[in-house]
Design a protein around this ligand. Sequence first.
Ligand code: F6R
Length: 610
Amino acid sequence: MCGIVGYLGEREVVPLLIDGLRKMEYRGYDSAGVVVVRDHALAAVKAEGKLDRLVERLAQHPLHGLYGLGHTRWATHGAPSERNAHPVLDSRRRLALIHNGIIENFLELKRRLIGEGFTFSSDTDTEVVANLISSYLDGDLHAAVERARRELEGLYAFAVVSAESPEGEIIAVRQGPPLILGRGQEGRNEQFLASDPAALLAYTRDVVFLENGDLARLRRGSIEIWDKGGQPIERPTQRLNWDPIQAEKGGYKHFMLKEIHEQPQALQDTFGGRVDFETGEIHFDTLHLDRPTAAGLSRIHVLACGTSWHAALIGKFMIEELARLPVEVDYGSEYRYRDPIVDSSVLALGVSQSGETADTLSAMEAAKERGARLFAICNVLGSQATRISEGVVYTHAGPEIGVASTKAFTTQLVAFYQFALYLRQMRGMALEPAHLQALAHLPQAVTQALEQEQHLEEMARRHFRAENFLYLGRGINYPIALEGALKLKEISYIHAEGYPAGEMKHGPIALIDEHLPVVAIATGARVFDKVKSNMQEVKARDGKVIALTDRDPADLGVQVDEVIRVPRVHELLQPIVNVVPLQLLAYFIGLRRGADVDQPRNLAKSVTVE
Ligand code: F6R
């Protein structure tokens, strides 16, 4: 979704803004722009499409200055076009503004501002904010923003600069989507602002996460923050532990491929340090869930979207089996529109890579309002999901740049497994040595699954022209069928469906013919024979079966067309190994079809609007 970056200091600002925007490209966008303030004048350059277009424009119309703002826009109000790109200037050209989110009452405000003589040249809700602030601007930008923001409804974040500020300042407001301030290095008179830590890593690791309702003023020598009541407030400076190198492609053709290969390490980083193999116990330093709370739980509500929702479906199997607690899994976008039964014996668990997905956050807030104890599984330190929760299980996946989630998903699964074991321990049931040994073996098993890469590349060559794909799985691997299908849809734009294998005969079997590749996940013991029968049903109708299995193909009991071999691990961890070849298959099919695998069309990395 939209990316916000700002800088105020002693360096040429445009290269810095472009660099910050490039680091946020992975979030998805359809236009971009920058504004520079110099000699009490605003100069903006914008372009529809990718950042390279903006860079070409800037080569034709160079901008110089020491402070300004940059933006990548993912269209919500108004088509993706240069006209609607940010920064947006007010109609009196006194200030420029960049914005993420939605102003819900923009039409009402727009009518009023037109009545006051302001004009509008875009279809955006952003321009309403620019004109509203301008209507109150009387030499003090902070005061004008403070007044204007009281009239805005919705979830948004914005940053604004004015040609009239005597010494240079950026004012930023957070009311929903994330905003992070970066403190310049020692001896440098500079400050940064961004919507994503990735944009700041190359310049500073010392950041301040704004809270909802905060208004910040950045000047060369200072950062000041006011809370939603307008009172000055101190927010702590935190040190980002992400390595900037992790946000580079490191020799891989795409971030997605790099991130698929990072999984053994990411899994190890996620479970390592939390397992005491000697005492046979699990520890979490950031979860803060004590024994009486765990003992008093009646059920768990897991709230998530997209791939994180698939992780939640698998987490349900883990928690129910290991901790013997009933689990409900909801889409964030559905939960708060039903009437869930919640009280203080319910543990609500938000699962989110970014920690900024608006639907998940709203569901988490709804659960909390109804009395649930709120916790999160999250990858991003300091993100909103972590801040509204009592405790967090961090997935130490590092920055995930490819829009399609890979390592974030598998680390969520391992986090779920540990969380389930922890609940088991806290509820007075012993952990078995096999539970922990299974973890120790996991990175090695995923490395082995990755060795199928060439085989999957060849498989992609045989199937990349398919128009449809069906993925079948049962039990704990049904969500892996959903995830395999989602990866293929996102990356290759091929229509794909994930289905519980046993349900196929109740409908989708009508789709089977010699053109439909069917990926059947046939691992484990519990439902293996059942999946064998389902594969036979497909073959009997001339379907093409690709079996993903931990068995010798001779044991499949049916002549399948192709086989993907995976190592066998503990049944609760098998989905982690199984999904890896499906990520690679989607990647290679997408590549063959010429799709932009790191930034698929219409998708955004973190969806900060509802
Ligand atoms: C799919 C994908 C999305 C996200 C979803 C939730 O590959 O990445 O479906 O999983 O938008 O995002 P987070 O986990 O950041 O809340």
